[in-house]
Structures are given as structure tokens and as C-alpha cells.
Design a binder for this molecule. Structure first.
Ligand SMILES: CC(C)=CC(=O)SCCNC(=O)CCNC(=O)[C@H](O)C(C)(C)COP(=O)(O)OP(=O)(O)OC[C@H]1O[C@@H](n2cnc3c(N)ncnc32)[C@H](O)[C@@H]1OP(=O)(O)O
Length: 110
């Protein structure tokens, strides 16, 4: 799971552990994300499924999507019942890559 998170663009502020932050508490309470869909699958509910869900932009990786993805990965990592995480994209493409032509990772403006 740590390897999966390491595939995310290197944005230290976004990937830093956020124990107890408001966003994680919201996730734990089952609230829906804007850019991803999360679900626990399997008979034992031990597979964490994360689907990128920004279809109009072909799942382009905007700051909000990366933030939510990081939060979901961390929440599944911290869930002792979850033994595997599956990350999927859309029907047409997995993701359109980094959003826009600029670097949101540097400017943080998307
Ligand atoms: C992660 C890091 C560090 C780097 C990178 O990701 S580099 C790669 C960056 N990505 C790209 O260069 C791909 C850009 N997108 C495309 O070339 C095409 O969209 C496509 C080949 C993936 C699909 O082409 P198609 O003709 O089937 O669909 P479109 O009409 O072009 O796209 C539909 C819809 O999605 C929006 N879109 C797609 N990719 C991005 C993106 N990277 N950022 C923002 N928006 C994206 C596209 O603008 C269009 O939206 P509208 O209908 O509102 O124009």
C-alpha cells in the first residue's frame, strides 16, 4: 500500500500523515468524495476499492483529486480490516494525466 501511495506526485504537503484531521474523520463517517468513489468490497469487506471519478475531464489529476486520493489511501491503510487496495480509472481511460498544461504541484492553483 505504501508503494501505491508513492506513485502519487511528490507533494509533501498533501501526502503528509493527517491523523485526526477533519477530512479523514469525514471519510471515516462515509461521506462521499467529489473526485473519487470509495467502497469496501469482498465477502469480508477487506478490499478497498478507489475509483477515479472525474469523467468530464477524463480523470485529469487536479489538486482536489490528488488530495482525496491521498486521504482515501491513508484511510484504507489505517483500516486493519483492509488487506488490499484496488485503484481504478474510467471506462475510456485510467486518467488523462496531470490536469492542464501548468504544474499545479508547484502553483497549487487548480
Ligand atoms: C502526472 C504528471 C507529472 C505528468 C503527466 O500527467 S504528463 C501527461 C499529461 N496529459 C496529457 O498530456 C493528456 C492530455 N489529454 C489528451 O491528450 C486527450 O484528452 C486524450 C488523448 C487523453 C483523450 O482525447 P479525447 O479526444 O478522447 O478526449 P478530449 O476531448 O481531449 O478530452 C475530454 C475532456 O477531458 C479533458 N481533459 C483530458 N485530459 C485532460 C488534462 N490532462 N487536463 C485537463 N483536462 C483534460 C479535456 O479537456 C476534455 O474536456 P472538455 O470537453 O471540457 O474540453
Amino acid at each position: 500500500m505504501a508503494a501505491l501511495r508513492s506513485l502519487l506526485p511528490c507533494v509533501p504537503g498533501l501526502l503528509r500523515p493527517r491523523h485526526g484531521c477533519a477530512a479523514l474523520r469525514t471519510f471515516a463517517a462515509g461521506a462521499k468524495f467529489e473526485y473519487i468513489i470509495t467502497e469496501k468490497k469482498g465477502k469480508a469487506h477487506n478490499v478497498g476499492l478507489i475509483q477515479l471519478n472525474r469523467p468530464k475531464a477524463l480523470n485529469a489529476l487536479c489538486k482536489g483529486l490528488i488530495t482525496e486520493l491521498s486521504q482515501a489511501l491513508q484511510a484504507f491503510e489505517e483500516d486493519r480490516a483492509v488487506g488490499a487496495i484496488v485503484l481504478t480509472g474510467g471506462e475510456k481511460v485510467f486518467a488523462g494525466g496531470q490536469h492542464g498544461s501548468g504544474s499545479w504541484a508547484v502553483r497549487g492553483a487548480v
